[in-house]
Design a protein around this ligand. Sequence first.
Ligand code: PAF
Length: 281
Amino acid sequence: MKISETVEDARATSRSATISGKRVGLVPTMGALHEGHLSLVRAAKAKCDVVAVSLFVNPAQFGPNEDFSQYPRTFERDRKLLEKEGVHLLFAPSVDEMYPKGASTYVTVENLSQKLCGKSRPGHFRGVTTVVSKLFHIVEPHAAFFGQKDAAQATIIRRMVRDLNIPVEIVVCPIVREPDGLAMSSRNAYLDPQQRKSALVLYRSLMRVQELFNHSERNAARLIAAGKETFAQEPSMRLDYFEIVDPGNLESLSHLSQRSLVAVAAFVGTTRLIDNIELGP
Ligand code: PAF
């Protein structure tokens, strides 16, 4: 596995693969890899000839009081995991390489970036779309792989790619869960055993909504109320949002007559976790 730390080197490596007729897949990550990330790598391997993984903890997507400095950084472990998966290129730039002094250009998907996590994390999605568009320009992948756990992120990236005519296929892969249902996340590493147990209420509340939906409930307000009621059984958690939206534009739905995204975000201690399910045809 080749490790590139510079934009120039990563671009040259990826371009030479493209020139020799290979299809390049990119898996953007912030490291602290878990099975969810590895499932993206495997999906990329199945669809592409050459797999590039970027590992960059992107300061632009963290708010001033968020966990940028504590975010787990486990480079050696990540490198070994990716090597074992047969990844061809690991792009691991420094902050200065990605954001040279004076960098002042951002990519914003208006409106969508203020929905769901964008409400409580102002500027977060702007940071994501800025770094992802930079990664697309650097690696020039034919396809890029993202997790459904960050469902709003996937919607926003799809919109950015469409609006800016970026020639990349966006592939969104299913959420990978622990055996008890907790969605895999690099931030799960922050949880102590008690918090880890409490965090299961995210999945439980989504399952409650799924159950009512399976019994033909289609009224969004009633489904949300039931999800919140389940959530309230875990008083140590602080709910950020529980919403049902159209996955294409993140607008709230009042009736579930179409494909619908049920999304939840909550704090356990200072750790913010998200989860979601899709319902409908
Ligand atoms: O989903 C993530 O880990 C990040 O938001 C991403 C896409 C790697 C951009 O920094």
